[in-house]
Design a binder for this molecule. Sequence first.
Ligand SMILES: [Zn+2]
Ligand SMILES: [Zn+2]
Length: 260
Amino acid sequence: METDITVTILGSGTCVPSLARSSCSVLTETGKSKILIDCGPGTMRRLLENGTEIYEISHLLLSHFHPDHTGELPAFLFANKYPDGNRRKIPLSIIAGKGISDFYAGLKKVYGSWIDLEPNRLNIIELPHKKNVLNFKDIILESVPVEHNEESLAFRITGNAGCSFVYSGDTDFCDSLIDIALDTNLFICESALPDELKVKGHLTPSVAGEIAAKAKVKKLILTHFYPECDKVDIELQCRKTYSGPLFLARDLMKIDLAPS
Ligand SMILES: [Zn+2]
Ligand SMILES: [Zn+2]
């Protein structure tokens, strides 16, 4: 069967500098569209390592505004101006939750025209703080609020052939996440810290596994690993609650989704 969606983990890490784990970012390729989810520091370097040019990205989804998910945004916009702004032939839509317009206006106050794109090449789309569905050329994009910051969203992307994946963003346990992940082909879920170091607003392997089991996802990838995670058996902790196919994210890991 032909691939419907290719997902590449660009960054499986956090705010902590790491050569192995860049900050959060995921690339989605489906049809002729390339969609970036989150843009933490190091994203452009990982895109290059993946053979992807920044000018090819048509949509940039931001799960929330913490710097490990958005820190490279000004540099990304600035880089689009090189050498004269015309290498970008398609518009870039930045899509995020409540406050993205103010967030961008704040960046504009600091960076001014350095982060302007050519006329009609940049759209800012602010999603309402409720379950939402948008139809684009190659994807259906669904979003729901999750438990982290007030703007935090989880995303579900469905391709032309009906395959889907869900990206949790940063979150604590919540029913909305189970809801949006229901029966998805691939669930990319944050698992920031080991079970014994659980903090409010983040998941651990066994809680992520519980959500995946309740949502009956077909495949689970855990990601967003603080260094503490690399010192324990994350897989074993997740197996307390989830028995399906399980992978631990690594930078530049690739997953193809095809209709079965
Ligand atoms: Zn966060
Ligand atoms: Zn984070």
